[in-house]
Design a protein around this ligand. Structure first.
Ligand code: ATP
Ligand code: MG
Length: 418
């Protein structure tokens, strides 16, 4: 679990701002659900035999009343719970998004933390492949906004429950024929969740997994039609993708379309965004049956990718740093700083220490370190004439000038319009 401090936090703010702007363009509205939910919500929603529920969830008993609670390991279950609780889908589909921390007790490594942060979208109440394509293309649009151009798309269809059952039977038969090649995890999952064996990271099992029956060969007409429609929309939008029959995702709740956005620049943790359709989840959590599709994106991984790609975030430095040679000038200096902030400038006032504001030299050092574009010097002589000195700090040739205090607001407007 990490502290996010300046200047790193500026990257986060810029990223979040970019995300909110994206959501506005697509008509997705913000939801904020609690970080703690009843444990059974995740057990029911994600599936009992999933990595998250089996070994990654921070679940505990509330010592005050015995309630089983969990820090949310992902965002979808909570949003679906909220949608049911508040009848959000009563008057039609809803397009929603969230940004916030998630918690998984995993082995910490690059791109994998115990408190990490996700952006997620959930489009609920829409059955068609058009919305699948919409959420996929939203992510593409975000890569564009961020300046990322080498994130690739992988796509698969998980079909419907009956198609999965037929595939599962064939899969179990296949793995049973080669029982001696299964590791302990796979042995255990053979009958509880054989699909998850396909997700194994064990190199020794890759050949076995490669040769396993593919779900796509068990899909019926309707599922294939849905997949084809998504593909047609991605094609029309000029978005390349690779069909990856082994893409199954970590949660049980997915059906039909599943997808991941992957980068090769992040080592083993290359998936920056993953999602799909989850038409059964609303009913599973106790709501009226309704279709839904969404994705979750790992913010740490995207920020890492930005760094790997050499993409600099617009720096945020103050417009002006207020220098006060003598403490007697503080009231006028602070009033002027207030007036400039009201006009929209970012202004940092040199804060006095126990023995006053300190030497000019030390104040200029601070001004420089702050990254401010200008120093405003409230010297006694200038103030006596109703003026202030303005010294450009980032331009070696621009001269220092004085301006009347009365025209500082106009100066602020000039800066903002420059
Ligand atoms: P992985 O295969 O990397 O474990 P996942 O399938 O568990 O990912 P999801 O549950 O789909 O991941 O979450 C969506 C995204 O959240 C992931 O694609 C990834 O970018 C990010 N993510 C997941 N777990 C972590 C973590 N522990 N730390 C940082 N980011 C994470
Ligand atoms: Mg995981």
């Amino acid at each position: 679990m990490n502290d996010i401090l300046p200047p790193e936090s500026a990257r986060w703010e810029w990223f979040e701002h970019t995300v909110r702007e994206l959501m506005r363009r697509y008509g997705y509205r913000n939801v904020r659900t609690p970080i703690v939910e009843p444990t059974p919500l995740f057990v029911r929603g994600l599936g009992e035999v999933t990595d998250i529920v089996e070994k990654e969830m921070y679940a505990f008993v509330d010592s005050l009343n015995g309630d089983p609670l969990a820090l949310r390991p992902e965002g979808t279950a909570g949003v679906v719970r909220a949608a049911i609780e508040h009848s959000l889908l009563r008057d039609g589909g809803k397009r929603l998004y969230y940004i916030g921390p998630m918690f998984r007790h995993e082995r910490p490594q690059r791109g994998r933390y115990r408190q990490f942060h996700q952006v997620g979208v959930e489009a609920m109440g829409f059955p068609g492949p058009d919305v699948d394509a919409e959420v996929i293309l939203m992510a593409r649009s975000l890569w564009g906004d961020l300046g990322l151009f080498d994130v690739r798309l992988e796509l698969n269809s998980l079909g419907q429950p009956d198609e999965r059952r037929a595939h599962r039977a064939a899969l179990v038969a296949h793995f049973e024929r080669h029982r001696e090649l299964l590791d302990a995890d796979a042995q255990r999952r053979l009958h509880s969740n054989p699909l998850r064996i396909l997700d194994t990271k064990n190199a020794a099992m890759q050949a076995l997994v490669e040769a396993a029956p593919k779900l796509i060969d068990f899909l019926g007409e309707a599922s294939l039609k849905h997949l084809d429609a998504v593909r047609a929309m991605l094609d029309a939008a000029g978005q390349p993708y690779r069909i990856n029959p082994r893409l199954v995702r970590g949660m049980d709740y997915y059906n039909l379309t599943v997808f991941e956005w992957v980068s090769d620049r992040l080592g083993a943790q290359g998936t920056v965004c993953g999602g799909g359709r989850y038409d059964g989840l609303i009913e599973m959590i106790g709501g009226k049956p309704g279709p839904a599709v969404g994705w979750g994106l790992g913010i740490e991984r995207v920020l890492d990718l930005l760094q790997q790609s050499g993409i600099d975030v617009p720096a945020s430095a103050p417009d002006a740093y207020v220098i006060v040679p003598d403490a007697a000038a503080l009231p006028q200096a602070s009033a002027a700083a207030e007036a400039l902030r009201e006009r929209g400038l970012a202004v940092v006032l040199h804060a006095a220490g126990k023995d006053g504001p300190g030497s000019m030299k030390s104040q200029f050092k601070r001004a420089d370190a702050s990254g401010a574009r200008h120093a405003l010097i409230f010297g006694a002589d200038e103030l006596a004439r109703g003026e202030v000195a303005i010294k450009p700090l980032r331009d070696a040739v621009a001269p220092q000038r004085t301006r009347s205090l009365a025209s500082l607001a106009a100066w602020a407007d000039e800066l903002r319009n420059a």
